[in-house]
Design a protein around this ligand. Structure first.
Ligand code: ADP
Ligand code: ZN
Length: 519
């Protein structure tokens, strides 16, 4: 084909101009070179391999991990007259044979294939008999074993380079953190390839973090401002997904549940309604979303802490792909921190992996507790420097107050110490506030020197102190037991009065912009 990339962009896809780095990537791959492309969701990764596949002789082979994604892409391509097909387990044998025949006849511009099928000896032998324009490896972060989308078959994809060294490869992902990027480059043998790293900023998304007081009420308050809009509400567990979806339906929302425990037919139907109907709210576990291309998702709400900042970034990245204002809302509390820390510590992962996971959780907590611009914190985690505060996040719009919490922290930490480092925040707060409970009497904690020394703060304020002390690493959470807190090395200078501690004053809002109660 003699058409230039620009002619294909216009003639086939009907767009006037390339976006961002698309033109550079396309030119590079058309010339036969390898590329690793990091672009945020909605950035326009698909054209980066589709156009070179059309511009080069032969068929472009696209490795893709998700059946739904392949179908969407192939349908969209067929609509603009590109000869595209896919091969995966959803295809019955007869249809698969047809696709293979078209492939061998050189009729296909693009073929999407699942990694496990691509790697079969039979399929590789098939590829030996055709002209290959390029290999595109979509969702390349699936090669990373630290990510939650890990696909073991992706590890074997370096065979493509060994077997067809002259065919250009382009790997693409929206996951941006530098360690994952390095892992992708190494695993896929793309260290020498040119890396195209786009800015990951999504300026139209407004980031907000609220401290959990009554999560359901807070969610309803948030949603009240978004009635009739399409959005996603993420929850950690299937049960919570069901409960929350039920709650929203009772409140008159068109809410549908989505999690891996649902029948696949129900899942597919709910996904379809989300894509086709207006104003559907999907309440989901993180099983929902990869490859969902719905431009007008107006909000992504998290009822629980996500697993990592990258995960959070990807999940929230599903909002506002049309460039219109969108909201990323996260509700987070001490119990989330305790739960996630326990999940890491009690998991059977090796010490190396646990260290990585702890680091990821700390980065996430740093984001949640940040008093500065959220966007700066978020992008910094991806190795990007954002020059000034963004003006479109909660901390920029409504700068949080901080207070000198040194004395409060000392009281909290010594209460942990005096009670033997065996109790969770709820009990410790009772002790500090001089409560008269069964447990306090049982353990004789009314005789501790820290009993009743914290009456100056209410229980919510103390929860905020404990949460921030855990996030700051002064307290750690037991792997077993019910969230028992103990002191860390970092607690010492605080206890000894060698350092001061400034904490954010939490604001619990029942409704956005309305009454705000300081705690
Ligand atoms: P990604 O895979 O990076 O999430 P897509 O390739 O799905 O992004 O592109 C996102 C949207 O942007 C799609 O609707 C696509 O048609 C549109 N798009 C991509 N490139 C361009 C362009 N150069 N001009 C106009 N629209 C584009
Ligand atoms: Zn900001």
């Amino acid at each position: 084909m003699q058409d230039t990339p620009h002619e294909i962009l216009r003639g086939v896809f009907g767009y006037d101009a390339f976006r961002g780095q698309q033109a550079d990537v396309v030119e590079h791959v058309v010339a036969g070179h390898d590329a690793l492309v990091l672009m945020p969701t909605g950035g326009g990764k698909s054209l980066c391999y589709q156009i070179p596949a059309l511009a080069r002789y032969g068929t472009g082979i696209v490795v893709s991990p998700l059946i739904a994604l392949m179908q969407d892409q192939v349908e969209a391509l067929e609509q603009v007259g590109v000869a595209a097909a896919y091969l995966n387990s959803s295809l019955e044998a007869g249809r698969a044979a047809e696709v293979e025949a078209r492939l061998l006849a050189g009729e296909l511009d693009l073929l999407y294939v699942a990694p496990e099928r691509l790697l079969t000896g039979r399929f590789l032998a098939l590829l030996d008999r055709i002209a290959i324009a390029l290999f595109a490896i979509d969702e390349a972060h699936c090669v990373s074993q630290w990510g939650h989308d890990f696909r073991p078959e992706y590890r074997s994809l370096n065979i493509l380079h060994e077997r067809w060294p002259e065919v250009p490869r382009i790997a693409l992902t929206a996951t941006a953190d530098p360690p994952t990027q390095r892992e992708i480059a190494e695993r896929l043998d793309l260290v020498e390839a040119r890396h195209f790293v786009s800015s990951f900023d999504r300026p139209n998304i407004r980031y907000r973090v609220v401290q959990k007081a009554s999560a359901r009420r807070q969610l309803l308050g948030f949603l009240e401002d978004h009635r009739g809009e399409a959005g996603i509400v993420y929850c950690l567990s299937r049960r919570k997904v069901e409960e929350t979806a039920q709650l929203l339906r009772e409140q008159g929302y068109h809410a549908l549940a989505y999690h891996a425990g649902l029948d696949s037919g129900v899942r597919a139907a709910n996904q379809r309604r989300f894509l086709q109907d207006e104003g559907v709210v999907v309440v989901a576990t993180i099983a929902f979303g990869m490859g969902i291309d719905k431009p007008d998702v107006r909000f992504v709400a998290h009822m629980d802490l996500p697993k990592s900042l990258e995960g959070y970034y990807q999940e929230t990245g599903r909002a506002g792909r049309d460039g219109q204002p969108a909201q990323a809302w996260l509700c987070y509390g001490l119990s989330d921190v305790v739960l996630l820390k326990q999940m890491i510590e009690s998991g059977d992962a090796g010490e190396d992996r646990k260290r990585v996971e702890r680091g990821k959780l700390d980065a996430l907590l740093g984001y949640c507790e940040s008093t500065g611009c959220r966007r700066q914190t978020l992008l910094a985690a991806f190795g990007e420097t954002y020059p000034q505060p963004c003006g479109n996040c909660d901390n920029c719009l409504d700068p949080p107050e901080t207070w000198d919490a040194t004395v409060a922290a000392q009281k909290a930490l010594s209460c942990v110490y005096r009670s033997g480092q065996r109790f969770g925040a709820t009990h410790l707060i009772d002790v500090l506030r001089g409560a008269d409970t069964e447990r306090i009497r049982q353990f004789g904690h009314d005789r501790l020197s820290t009993y009743g020394i914290g009456e100056d703060l209410d229980a919510n304020q103390w929860r905020s102190v404990f949460r921030q002390l855990v996030a700051a690493g002064c307290l750690s959470v037991d792997a077993e037991g019910h969230g028992a807190l103990h002191l860390t090395e970092a607690a010492r200078p605080v206890l000894r009065g060698e350092t001061t501690l400034s904490l954010r004053r939490d604001i619990v809002r029942t409704r956005d912009r309305s009454r705000a109660a300081r705690v």
